[in-house]
Write a protein that binds this ligand. Structure first.
Ligand code: NAG
Length: 497
């Protein structure tokens, strides 16, 4: 009995061992094997990771699962431990962990922009493995039209090389977002009610399809696709947010806590969305999951449903009065006034400091223009958040930098400033903390974002190089070097918003 149990235990242990060591479908690569592996496989997703990185650990089981399901399709997943293979990771420009890149040979490398879940990785890579444009005929068109939420099909004459080329370029660029097909049979085009060259976008929502008949031009096709693929009343979430932020038109948010309420409010404002189609995007957002985002729009985060417009280009917010009911008529009036420019944007700002106490100039929303946009000065500004650890680590060095400039011959030409970007609305698009930008004198419309290491010396060189006044100073002895930053602090050096 005892004996038997022991044997079973050993067997189980042995099975676990081969599972972990022998059966992983993810290839572990080193500098000696990497190039050969990429050359031997047409399509590879490579993960550059560090063993201590939390996001990497969370990804690991998902990555294994995706590797197994993709193996039979001849799509290989690989990983590189950057703590062991520092040079290899540097060669591929790895700056944070995990970094995922799609390799088609060693010269064709693209960032992986999908989500980090097994099904998402699988479907992303399968899409990558198909040609950007699938050539269709009367038999295959039907299934293709409904193969995804948004599908584009171009109807092109077989001899129209120019249209074909233009369309293929756009398809290669947007292949991660939509499916692209092409037909060169005039009879099929006719059956679909179009004449070549034309593009039909088929979708599972709203009017079901849209037709493009203008001249084939990359910009025109891209903007047609993006506009037509956006639902009249969409839903804001991780998959759609970036699309709304790059749509180039304002966004109307409908925050509500239940799906029923979102549908009901969506229906109430539908005619308004229809009226402003192409001018304003309307979307609902789950207030239970993303209620905190209401705060970014200067809405209270404890009173739902609520509504706001955001002018994305100018980063301005227009919250709708949270004590008023969201009705068709109220929003119709609000939208009309918004479009007419009759509503003042809501600006969150700390009070303007009465005096500037420290070496670093404190900027708030209300004095931002006056200080940062002062056309005679090179202004270096740090966007920080009070909770951000990397900002705290930077603070003494940043103070030191400001003190050195204040004591230098450039004190009237260079301003070292900071703004708490969680408490002040700033026009800048900030994606992580700290963000440091230089607004050069005479070129306030082209700020330069700092990407170097956060040392006084490098910041001075940056100001000297990119500022109008070329205001370099020789850095004073820096205080004793801080103990070597942990690997983690060095790499994950942005706190995400
Ligand atoms: C576009 O050109 C490619 C390459 O010549 C060809 O295979 C494909 O059939 C063309 N697509 C259409 C829709 O005509």
């Amino acid at each position: 009995m005892q004996q038997k149990r022991l044997a079973a235990g050993l067997l189980a242990a042995f099975a676990a061992f081969t599972n972990a060591e022998g059966e992983s479908d993810v290839a572990s690569l080193t500098k000696d094997t990497f190039a050969d592996f990429i050359k031997a496989n047409d399509l590879v997703l490579a993960e550059f990771f560090a063993p201590w990185c939390g996001h990497c650990k969370a990804l690991a089981p998902e990555y294994e699962e995706a590797a197994t399901s993709l193996k039979e399709k001849d799509i290989r997943l690989a990983k590189v431990d950057c703590t062991e293979e520092a040079d290899l990771c540097k060669e591929y420009g790895v700056e944070g962990y995990p970094t995922l890149k799609v390799f088609r040979g060693l010269d064709n490398i693209a960032p992986y922009t999908g989500q980090r879940k097994a099904p998402a990785i699988t479907s992303y890579m399968v899409k990558q493995s198909l040609p950007a444009v699938s050539v269709l005929d009367k038999d295959t068109l039907g299934d293709f039209k409904t193969a995804d939420k948004v599908v584009l099909v171009a109807y092109i004459s077989a001899d129209d090389k120019a249209s074909n080329e233009t369309y293929t370029k756009v398809a290669e660029e947007l292949r991660d977002s939509y499916l692209f097909g092409g037909v060169n049979d005039p009879a099929v085009a006719e059956a679909e009610g179009v004449k070549a060259p034309a593009i039909v976008l088929y979708k599972t929502f709203d009017e079901g399809k849209n037709i493009f008949t203008d001249k084939f031009d990359e910009d025109a096709i891209r903007s047609f696709a993006n506009k037509a693929a956006t639902p009249l009343i969409g839903e804001i979430g991780p998959d759609t947010y970036a699309g709304y932020m790059t749509a180039g038109i304002p966004l109307a948010y409908i925050f509500a806590e239940t799906p029923e309420e979102r549908t009901e409010l969506g229906n109430a404002v539908r005619p308004i969305a229809e009226k402003y189609k192409g001018k304003i995007n309307f979307a609902t957002i789950d207030a239970k999951a993303y209620g905190a985002h209401a705060g970014n729009l200067n809405l209270k985060t404890d009173k739902f449903p609520c509504f706001a417009f955001q002018d994305i280009e100018k980063n301005q917010k227009f919250p709708f009065d949270q004590d008023s009911e969201i009705t068709h008529d109220a929003i119709a009036k609000f939208a009309e006034d918004f479009m007419a420019g009759k509503i003042e944007p809501s600006i969150k700002s700390e009070p303007v400091p009465e005096t500037q106490e420290g070496p670093v100039t404190v900027v708030v929303a209300k004095n931002y223009d006056q200080i940062v946009m002062d056309d005679t000065k090179d202004v270096l500004i740090e966007f920080y958040a009070p909770w951000c650890g990397h900002c705290k680590a930077l603070a003494p060095k940043y103070d030191d930098l400001a003190s050195q400039y204040a004591a230098s011959e450039h004190k009237d030409k260079v301003v070292i400033a900071k703004v708490d970007a969680t408490a002040n609305d700033v026009p800048d698009d900030i994606s992580g903390f700290p963000t440091i930008k230089l607004y050069p004198a005479g070129a306030k419309d082209s700020p330069v974002t700092y990407k170097g290491s956060r040392t006084v010396e490098d910041l001075i060189s940056f100001i000297e190089e990119h500022g109008k006044h070329s205001a370099g100073i020789s850095p004073q002895e820096e205080a004793e070097a801080a103990p070597a930053a942990s690997e983690e602090a060095k790499k994950e050096d942005h706190d995400e918003l």
